[in-house]
Design a protein around this ligand. Structure first.
Ligand code: GDP
Length: 371
C-alpha cells in the first residue's frame, strides 16, 4: 500500500483538495456536507490531506476536508495577489507549516496543488516544495492551475514567475491544468471552477488508484517517476470515461483528444513520454486495439508505459499522463505575461514620477482660492 500526501495551497488548491476528499468519501455531486464528520475517505492507499491558506474564509468554505487538515496561516485576509508578501508570510511561519507536514509521517509520493496566479498558493508552493525536498526523500509533484487570460496583469505576471520558481524549487514535475482551456465547461464562474476542480480531482484519484492496483499489465510508482522525469519538467493528464459500450481504441483516442486533456497540447508533437492506464471489464480490453494505439503514440513520442486494471462490469476508462518536451501554449502565456510585466512597470514608473498628478495639480499652479 502506498503512502501518499496531498497538499492544497491557497483557494484554488484548497478547493481541488476538497473535491478530492468529496470523491474519496464516495460522494458524487450529492455527497452529504456532513460527510466530513463521520465518513471515512475510501482511498485504496494511505492518503493524508493538508490545506494551507492565509485566508480563513477559503478554509471555512471547504466541506469535505477534516478540520485538522485545514491550516490557517495568520495574515490578515490573504496576501492580495502579492507573491512577495506571500513568500514573507511563508518564511515567518515556516516551522509551523513544516511541523504540520512532519506530523503526517513519511510518504512514498506527495502532490502539491495550487493556482499559478494567485498570491498565497503561488508563493507558498515553491518554498514548501524546497523545504520538503531538503527534508524528505520522497518525490514531490505539483499540480498547477493556469489562469483565465483575461484575469488581469497581476495574475499573468504571478503565473510567469511562480512556474519558474516551482521548477527551480526541486519539484519532481509540474502537471498543468488550464482554466482558460477548460472554460468551455460552461455555466457561471463558480460552476466552471467546480467542474474543473472535479476534472482534476477525478484524474488524480484515478492515477492514485492505478498506482496502487493489482494490474493485468503493470504500471507502478517507478514507471510514473520515469514518465515524469522524461520531459521538460512539465506534464498534463488526459482522461476519458465511456458511459456506454465503446471500443477501447476510441476510448484511448478520446483521452488524448482536446476534450480529454487538462492543457492544450498536440500530444503527438509535444509529448516526451507517456503512461496510459486502462480500466474496465475484460470484454472491452482488446489487446490488439490497445497495442495498436500505444504503438501509434510511442512511434511519435518515444516511450509509452501501459497499465491495465480489470474491473468487472465497468465500461472502459483511460487515463493518459504525458510529459511535455515543449509547450507552445505556455510560451504564448509567457508572451502575454511579459507584456503584463512591462505594462505594470511603466505604470509604476509614471506613478512614481507623478506625471499624471503633476498634470492635474499644474492646472492650479500660481492660483489661490477666491471667496
Ligand atoms: P490564493 O488563494 O491567493 O492562492 O489565490 P487563488 O488560488 O484564488 O488564485 C487565483 C487564481 O486561481 C485565478 O486564476 C482563479 O481563476 C483561480 N481559481 C481560484 N479558485 C479556483 C477554483 O476553485 N478552481 C479553479 N480551477 N481555479 C480557481
Amino acid at each position: 500500500m502506498l503512502n501518499i500526501l496531498v497538499i492544497g495551497n491557497g483557494q484554488c488548491g484548497n478547493r481541488i483538495l476538497d473535491s478530492i476528499n468529496r470523491h474519496a468519501m464516495g460522494g458524487g455531486k450529492n455527497c452529504n456536507k456532513l460527510a466530513k464528520f463521520y465518513a471515512k475517505q475510501k482511498f485504496k492507499s494511505h492518503v493524508e490531506t493538508l490545506a494551507f491558506n492565509t485566508a480563513v474564509n477559503d478554509l471555512k468554505e471547504m466541506k469535505f476536508t477534516k478540520a485538522k487538515d485545514r491550516v490557517h496561516i495568520p495574515h490578515l485576509h490573504g496576501v492580495g495577489a502579492n507573491r512577495n508578501v506571500g513568500k514573507q508570510v511563508f518564511e515567518e511561519n515556516k516551522e509551523m507549516i513544516m511541523r504540520q507536514v512532519e506530523e503526517r509521517g513519511n510518504f512514498d509520493i506527495a502532490f502539491v496543488l495550487t493556482s499559478a496566479s494567485g498570491g498565497t498558493g503561488s508563493s507558498f508552493t515553491p518554498l514548501l516544495v524546497r523545504e520538503m525536498k531538503n527534508r524528505y526523500d520522497y518525490p514531490v509533484y505539483c499540480v498547477v492551475v493556469l489562469p483565465f487570460r483575461e484575469e488581469g496583469t497581476l495574475y499573468l505576471q504571478n503565473t510567469a514567475f511562480s512556474i519558474r520558481d516551482i521548477r527551480q524549487s526541486g519539484a519532481d514535475g509540474i502537471i498543468l491544468a488550464d482554466n482558460q482551456y477548460l472554460k468551455n465547461i460552461g455555466g457561471n464562474i463558480e460552476e466552471a471552477y467546480n467542474g474543473i476542480n472535479d476534472m482534476v480531482a477525478e484524474r488524480l484519484l484515478f492515477l492514485l488508484d492505478a498506482l496502487d492496483s493489482e494490474m493485468m499489465m503493470v504500471t507502478d510508482l517507478g514507471d510514473f517517476k520515469t514518465v515524469m522525469s522524461g520531459g521538460a519538467g512539465l506534464a498534463t493528464i488526459g482522461f476519458f470515461r465511456a458511459d456506454k459500450e465503446m471500443p477501447i481504441k476510441t476510448t484511448i483516442q478520446n483521452s488524448l483528444s482536446p476534450s480529454g486533456l487538462l492543457f492544450s497540447t498536440n500530444v503527438y508533437e509535444e509529448a516526451s513520454r507517456a503512461m496510459i492506464v486502462i480500466k474496465g471489464d475484460r470484454k472491452y480490453l482488446s489487446i490488439d486495439e490497445i497495442s495498436t494505439e500505444v504503438e501509434k503514440l510511442s512511434g511519435a513520442v518515444g516511450h509509452v508505459f501501459k497499465g491495465i486494471v480489470v474491473r468487472d462490469g465497468e465500461y472502459p476508462q483511460v487515463l493518459s499522463l504525458l510529459t511535455l518536451e515543449s509547450a507552445h501554449e505556455l510560451e504564448k502565456l509567457y508572451n502575454v505575461a511579459v507584456q503584463a510585466i512591462h505594462y505594470e512597470k511603466a505604470k509604476k514608473q509614471r506613478v512614481e514620477e507623478g506625471i499624471e498628478m503633476k498634470k492635474t495639480f499644474s492646472q492650479i499652479e500660481g492660483m489661490e482660492p477666491e471667496y
